[in-house]
Design a protein around this ligand. Structure first.
Ligand code: FAD
Length: 436
């Protein structure tokens, strides 16, 4: 190791970080979200960090890794929560956050280097009368390259779908070979790279589509029962007259965990957290009444992004607030059947009661509206967790297991295609080894 570190320092000089603090910090992501991963990944770390500033730096680092036969694990902001960015076999963590230039805006799209933070990208797009179509609840920190390579969907997905639904237009990818190739990927081939954990190439630029800017009012609707809240969520999602970005029904007591928001909510009620176009709030409120609910807390469109927003309590942020309130909570990722989700929900609740607390995120996936869920689960043992997973599956609920770092077992992306792409792009198997 000492010999190749010296070689690396000689070739890449100022781009290489070897101090313990940087290596420790940049070797970790949010893997500790899962008590299963926490136990297994705690000790893993890189030997060195390489922090490129340009595409040429990336190519030079990859050529060197090939020559020295050293693994390379890409990193954006390290907000992934399945240990995606953790270097299982040490070697190099390639910190891409320095590639942070927005290259160009077009009408309806933006091309950016992979390390640009999604919050910056959305803010800049909004200044030009456009906005991101989809982004994760970690948008303030997360990078566009990290989202495309390790995420799935989030705010906006109720209208625009997930990453696989036309929400990535083009990517510039480098291979890990003797002479790294610069590939410009479009169309169908993008499936070899979306949610690949950086196993089939290193993305240096991404082009994503934009939507026209909307003025978003953040509304919380409250309901006596969670089932009414979920049914309202579906009706709102289906209502073409209501422009929306987020529909997240939450079972009580989840809203009680949201400390900065809880005091503005009615106690002991289910809540539907939404982002709705300002002009459609009255329509959405009227619809809520039809489901026995009413409009509660509102953050006016003029305050958008000026205060803590409702999306800071949705998607996987719900789990974060639960863990803050009690560290024994963890979570699952589940896909319910659109035609019998209430039946499935009842079966799980009657088997597990408050050991499993639900929130749904309504998403348009492959053109169909689906109730996805990130249930918060009380963790006792790994056996019990997998017993609960088995029960979900037994009632027909799909599980995208967040307690594994293996792409195959997490259940997203085109893993079969990625395997053959990897053979071509990474013949020595050095890109994020152990994940595919
Ligand atoms: P990282 O964590 O740094 O990387 C993610 C993966 O991509 C890693 O495998 C890494 O090796 C690889 N990678 C990173 N950059 C590149 C690159 N340029 N080229 C090749 N490979 C690369 N995800 C969602 O999809 N939706 C959500 O709503 C959501 N909510 C979250 C809430 C919380 C509280 C947390 C902790 C996580 C959440 N996530 C969510 C997961 C994660 O935050 C997002 O997917 C985020 O977009 C990841 O971006 P990042 O820059 O942090 O990527």
């Amino acid at each position: 190791t000492l010999a190749w570190k010296a070689d690396m320092l000689k070739s890449l000089g100022g781009l290489v970080l070897t101090d313990d603090d940087s290596v420790e910090k940049l070797s970790k992501d949010y893997y500790w979200y899962s008590p299963v991963l926490d136990k297994r990944l705690k000790e893993k770390k890189a030997d060195v960090i390489i922090a490129p500033k340009t595409e040429e730096d990336v190519a030079a680092a990859l050529a060197l890794a090939y020559r020295l036969r050293i693994p390379v694990t890409a990193r954006g902001a390290g907000t992934g929560n399945y240990g995606q960015a953790i270097p299982l076999e040490g070697g190099i963590v390639l910190d891409l956050s320095g590639l942070d230039r927005i290259v160009e805006f077009g009408a309806g799209c933006v091309r950016a280097q992979s390390g640009v933070r999604l919050g910056v990208l959305d803010k800049t797009a909004r200044e030009q009368g456009q906005e991101l179509r989809i982004y994760p609840s970690t948008y303030v920190k997360a990078t566009v390259g990290g989202f495309v390579s390790g995420g799935s969907g989030g705010i906006g997905s109720v209208t625009w779908g997930n990453l696989w639904d036309g929400n990535v237009l083009e990517a510039v990818v480098y291979t890990l070979e003797e002479k790294p190739r610069r590939l410009v990927i479009k169309g169908d081939e993008l499936y070899d790279y979306i949610h690949n954990y950086g196993t089939t190439g290193i993305m240096t630029e991404v082009t994503v589509p934009l939507a026209p800017r909307n003025e978003w009012t953040q509304c919380v609707f409250q309901f006596a029962s969670f089932e009414d809240a979920v049914r309202y969520g579906e009706a709102l999602a289906r209502d073409g007259a209501v422009t929306k970005r987020l529909i997240s029904p939450m079972e009580w007591p989840l809203p009680s965990f949201f400390k900065p928001l809880a005091k503005s909510l009615a106690p002991a009620q289910a809540a539907v957290l939404t982002e709705i176009a300002e002009h459609a709030v009255d329509l959405a409120a009227k619809l809520a009444e039809a489901y026995g609910g009413k409009l509660g807390h509102v953050i006016a469109a003029s305050q958008y992004r000026k205060t803590i927003g409702v999306s800071d309590f949705t998607w996987n942020h719900t789990t974060l607030w639960a863990i803050k309130s009690d560290p024994s909570w963890t979570y699952l990722q589940a896909g319910f059947a659109p035609d019998r989700y209430l039946e499935q929900l009842r079966a799980i609740k009657s088997a597990y009661g408050d050991e499993v607390l639900f929130h749904f995120e309504w998403v348009l996936s492959g053109g169909a509206l689906v109730p996805t869920a990130l249930p918060v689960v009380r963790f006792s043992t790994e056996e019990r967790l997998y017993e609960i997973i088995a029960f979900f599956k037994s009632v027909g609920v799909a599980i995208f297991d967040p307690h594994t770092w293996m792409l195959e077992d997490g259940g997203r992306g085109s893993v079969g295609r990625m395997r053959s792409r990897k053979l071509a792009n990474d013949p020595l198997g050095l890109l994020n080894p152990g994940k595919l």
